[in-house]
Every structure is written in structure tokens, then in C-alpha cells.
Design a protein around this ligand. Structure first.
Ligand SMILES: [Fe+2]
Ligand SMILES: [Fe+2]
Length: 201
């Protein structure tokens, strides 16, 4: 025999369930509290500049990743400029102009990376010695317009994969760097899209 519900427990009077997807309420004793010791360290260690206690165990490794990206951007600037000035053929003026736009955007990416490296207490590596070895993408001196577009698309795809991996590795360790890398990644994806359209044209 079914248990009889009291008036307060009838379906009509029950509180509606939370719509699915809403966060569960805090468990007993669970609180959203800031780490006050970390705030104290931030207050005291001013010689570290932008590096706070939460980033500092990772800052050297993040700087290494960013220096790899910086070398890649510098090689991309050189490759796009070489292609801009040597592009020949009927379709070349528009494509050469596009190469220069990309070159300037890669240079701006390099500047963002160098600035963040300094904020993290590191040194941006602009040395030409070993630049190609530090870069993830290759230089290219193709003479043919189609080969240029292809080489740039390959380099953009390598850069996209490298930025994706960096974003994944950095995760929540340094949200500012991650957001910067996400911004750069979205521009690399636009570059790759444009090059891929040119190849199909
Ligand atoms: Fe770039
Ligand atoms: Fe790019």
C-alpha cells in the first residue's frame, strides 16, 4: 500500500529540481576562500615584478616555451618577407601583399611573446645564432608562387599545433599567457585559412 504523502510533500508543493547543468550547491563546510598566504607573498616579493607565487614554479619553463614560439615567429617574418619581395607571376601582387600582411602580424606576435617573457622575469632570445634550430617552423626560399604558399601553409600548421600544445601545457598555471597564446593561435588559424584558400583557387 503506497505511503500517503503529507500535504507539504505532494508533487505540487515540492520545490522544483535544479535545471540540469546548474552547479550543485556547496557541500557542508565547502567555502570559496582566497589563499591569504599567496596574497602576502604577492605583497612582499615585489622584486619579482609580475611573477607571483602561483606562477613562479612554472615561469622558467613557460619562458622556454615562449622563446621557442618567439624563434618561430621570427623565422616566419623572414620567410614571409623573402616571399613578399620575390613573388612573380600573374597572381603575385595580391599574394605578395598578403605575405607582407602576415609578416607584420608575425612580427607583432613576436613582440607580444618578448614582452610576456620579460614580465615573467626571463630574457627574450633574439639571437640569430641557432634561430632556425629554436624555431618550430622552417625557412623557405622557393621561387615558385604556389610552392611559397604551400611552404607558408605548412609553417602555419606547425605553428598552430605548437600553440595548441603550449595552451594545453600552460592550462591554469598562467591564465594571462594562455589568453595571449589563444589570441595568437586564432590569428595563425586565419593565416592558414587564407593560404589554404589561395592553394585551392
Ligand atoms: Fe605568428
Ligand atoms: Fe601566422
Amino acid at each position: 500500500m503506497p505511503t500517503k504523502l503529507s500535504k507539504a510533500e505532494t508533487v505540487e508543493n515540492r520545490k522544483p529540481d535544479l535545471p540540469s547543468g546548474r552547479a550543485a550547491p556547496p557541500a557542508k563546510g565547502e567555502a570559496m576562500a582566497l589563499d591569504l598566504a599567496a596574497l602576502d607573498q604577492a605583497r612582499n616579493n615585489i622584486e619579482q615584478g609580475a611573477v607571483t607565487a602561483s606562477i613562479s614554479p612554472w615561469s622558467a619553463q613557460i619562458v622556454d616555451l615562449l622563446n621557442g614560439a618567439l624563434a618561430t615567429e621570427l623565422i616566419c617574418v623572414l620567410r614571409y618577407k623573402r616571399h613578399h619581395f620575390t613573388a612573380r607571376g600573374l597572381a603575385s601582387p595580391a599574394i605578395a601583399a598578403e605575405f607582407m600582411v602576415h609578416a607584420n602580424e608575425e612580427a607583432a606576435h613576436g613582440d607580444l611573446l618578448a614582452e610576456r617573457i620579460v614580465q615573467l622575469g626571463g630574457e627574450p632570445d633574439f639571437s640569430p645564432t641557432g634561430l632556425l634550430e629554436r624555431s618550430h617552423a622552417d625557412y623557405d626560399a622557393s621561387a615558385d608562387l604556389r610552392a611559397m604558399v604551400r611552404a607558408n601553409l605548412v609553417a602555419e600548421r606547425v605553428a598552430i599545433e605548437a600553440y595548441r600544445q603550449m595552451i594545453h601545457l600552460i592550462g591554469d598555471k598562467d591564465p594571462t599567457t594562455r589568453r595571449m597564446l589563444e589570441h595568437i593561435l586564432s590569428q595563425e588559424e586565419e593565416h592558414a585559412d587564407e593560404l589554404s584558400d589561395l592553394l585551392e583557387a
